[in-house]
Design a protein around this ligand. Structure first.
Ligand SMILES: Nc1nc2c(ncn2[C@@H]2O[C@H](COP(=O)(O)OP(=O)(O)OP(=O)(O)O)[C@@H](O)[C@H]2O)c(=O)[nH]1
Ligand SMILES: [Mg+2]
Length: 234
């Protein structure tokens, strides 16, 4: 079952269609000073978006995932150079019928975007420019970091997308390229590196605080207006 929360909601629990992992306790949320960054994962159906996000947030390979309906939310808290940040991962639906009512929500106030294709599916790779175009149409500004990820590299005999072609595409947009596997345990750190690359970039953005620290609840959020100014070129 997909869980649909409103954009901007804050999550302490990881929600997924096949999972209910708790990665940080509510107590942590109230006491830890954390900036929250929204990262959306976009791409054709079946490329492995759910498995990649589950690998990053849950640490394992999700067996038998169902097609995502709307969006599944996952979250992971990181300590980077002594600062706690939360990555709020929006695992989006690749199937048009499961995403069309949600598209506006995907892109609203997004901080970073991951475009995923399947290295064993040429058509999923050929869709990447369309996903990039959709992202631009939704006013995601040039300063919002983006990466391209080729998933399912463990299926070596079935590869249809050469690294050179993928690198060429990524270079043409000036986006970093990662090739990895959500399934291969040895690739776990490589999957982490994708999200960490974005996390370090986002961390250096220094968003403003919305709330001043108080005795019981200290949370740092993006200043909504500043965020919209940074992302919306319309
Ligand atoms: N061999 C291999 N299979 C994978 C990998 N990642 C995902 N899969 C499989 O690919 C299929 C689709 O995975 P999902 O993660 O559900 O794909 P998705 O992009 O979320 O699909 P939608 O939710 O429909 O958009 C499943 O059968 C997964 O087991 C991988 O790295 N290697
Ligand atoms: Mg999915």
């Amino acid at each position: 079952m997909a869980t649909e929360n409103k954009p901007g909601d804050e999550f302490d629990t990881v929600f997924g269609q096949n999972d209910s992992l708790e990665l940080s306790s509510h107590h942590d949320y109230e006491t830890v000073q954390a900036r929250i960054f929204k990262i959306i994962v976009i791409g054709d159906s079946n490329v492995g978006k759910t498995c990649l996000t589950y690998r990053f947030c849950g640490g394992t390979f999700l067996k038998n995932p169902e097609a995502t309906i709307g969006v599944d939310f996952r979250e992971r808290t990181l300590e980077l150079d002594g600062e706690t940040i939360k990555l709020q991962i929006w695992d989006t639906a690749g199937q048009e019928r499961f995403r069309k009512s949600m598209v506006e929500h995907y892109y609203r106030s997004v901080h970073a975007v991951i475009f995923v294709y399947d290295v064993t599916s040429l058509s999923s790779f050929e869709s990447i420019p369309e996903w990039i175009e959709e992202c631009s149409r939704h006013c995601v500004g040039p300063l919002v970091p983006r990466v391209v990820v080729g998933n399912k590299c463990d299926l070596r005999d079935r590869r249809e997308v050469p690294t050179t072609a993928a690198q060429c595409l990524a270079d043409s947009y000036n986006f970093p390229l990662f090739e990895t596997s959500a399934k291969e345990p040895a690739e776990k750190e490589h999957v982490d590196a994708i999200f960490l690359t974005l996390a370090y970039r986002l961390k250096s953005h220094k968003p403003l605080r919305l709330k001043q620290p108080s005795e019981s609840n200290v949370s740092y959020l993006w200043n909504q207006r500043e965020q919209e100014a940074a992302t919306c070129q319309c």
